[in-house]
Design a protein. Sequence first.
Length: 104
Amino acid sequence: MNAQLKKGVLELCILYQLRDKDLYGYEIMKTIKDQFSDVYDGSIYAILRRLNSDGYTQTYRKDSPSGPARKYYRITRPGIDYLNGMVDEWQKMVEGVRKLGVPF
């Protein structure tokens, strides 16, 4: 898959996962890698860092019953707005591709 396309899709998928609950980095990475096995762990963490620095997520630490404290990610209000915009754009793009007769 094209690297730029994949980057945008991964960003959308990460934020979508955080829409309903806070997750720690490994949970996010595992879920993404289950669907996109060719994605490097470092790529996912780079996206998480950027989303956080852009204000779309926040992080906090929470004790773990089975080891050291984990870094959790939560989507922010600007992150929800950004996600909603991305979903709208995705739907428009998919519809446009369908109208061109490209099979899915």
